[in-house]
Design a protein around this ligand. Structure first.
Ligand SMILES: NC(=O)C[C@H](N)C(=O)O
Length: 317
């Protein structure tokens, strides 16, 4: 996408993505949700409030792999992860939370209400509960439950789960990590529900930035697996130069700290679109894997991906 112009100082500008996986079968309704997420974000007064509000819309929509409709792990449970960061380098992340729809809101609690940067598992769920964020939500959609049950779920301990997932990990609806240069159309036909993926947002008020990413992870990963999304520099990153949010094969994104690299390129003087392009080129050179990234800098917004698709939306007040 061409770099979008920067906002007037004081107005809120937001860019969101709906994940870099397969090309969605029904892009229009998904795009409408992404547009609504941007609208909600721009109603807020701060970049941090904007990214949280935008992601809340996407976390509640089962079309996306975050909150309700998140990817199922090997034990049949959906666990959510998220991270947020502001341009003063304050950050908060959470991972491995069953029953928590609004993971980005819990990450914001870690960012703004604790002296820490990362809280995990049952303690993150307790933190959410104590700060009035709903827990105990049924995140598993009927479609995902049926898909998991059809896969002859593993019994026993982690070793048996690892045997089971060896042929299944990442083969579900997220399709994260699949590059678009070899048979994407064929894969789309094989997929049962390709319309789900990780979500992210970056916002600015013309002076400061915030970036956030939220996910259910990757389909049929080992129970307790945590990907790039809540890892600073990998799934999200933000400095005075701007912010970035990544999506795709989390293990590979973490290997190159994709969001950090995108912001590094902003720091080097590239505009947002060039920084996104360069970060994805570098990611592909190093990992030969698939991912996408959105970037917001002083000059405006940009995005790039090397998978079959990544929908984005940009707007400002
Ligand atoms: N679909 C995704 O973007 C998945 C996410 N990056 C993860 O690996 O957890």
């Amino acid at each position: 996408m061409p770099t979008q112009p920067a906002p007037r100082s004081g107005s809120i500008r937001v860019i969101v993505h709906g994940g870099a996986g397969g090309a969605p079968d029904e892009p229009e309704p998904r795009q409408a949700v992404l547009d609504r997420a941007v609208e909600r974000g721009t109603e807020r007064e701060t970049p941090l409030g904007a990214v949280e509000a935008a992601l809340a819309v996407l976390e509640s929509d089962p079309r996306f792999n975050a909150g309700v409709g998140g990817a199922v792990q090997s034990d049949g449970v959906v666990r959510t992860d998220a991270g947020v960061m502001t341009s003063d380098r304050e950050l908060g992340a959470v991972c491995s939370m069953p029953g928590v729809e609004h993971a980005a809101s819990v990450a914001r609690v870690v960012h703004s209400e604790t002296p820490h940067i990362f809280v995990s598992g049952s303690h993150a769920v307790e933190l959410a509960d104590d700060f009035g964020i709903e827990t105990g939500v049924d995140l598993l959609t009927d479609e995902k439950r049926a898909r998991y049950e059809k896969e002859d779920p593993p019994q026993g301990g982690p070793r048996e789960h690892l045997d089971w997932l060896a042929t299944r990990f990442g083969s579900g609806d997220d399709q994260a990590g699949e590059r678009s240069d070899d048979g994407g159309a064929e894969r789309s036909e094989e997929r049962e529900a390709p319309d789900h993926d990780t979500v992210g947002a970056v916002a600015t008020d013309g002076e400061t930035f915030a970036a956030a990413t939220s996910t259910g992870g990757r389909s049929f990963a080992l129970a307790g697996r945590v990907g790039d999304v809540p890892q600073v520099g990998s799934g999200f990153f933000c400095t005075e130069a701007g912010g970035a949010s990544a999506t795709g094969a989390g293990e590979d994104i973490a290997r190159v700290t994709l969001s950090r690299r995108a912001v590094d390129f902003l720091d080097d003087g590239l505009d947002a679109q060039a920084a996104a392009d360069r970060a994805i080129e570098e990611f592909e050179e190093i990992t030969e894997s698939g991912a996408g990234v959105i970037v917001l800098g002083d000059d405006g917004a940009g995005s790039a991906f090397n998978t079959d698709g990544m929908q984005t939306s940009v707007g400002s007040t």
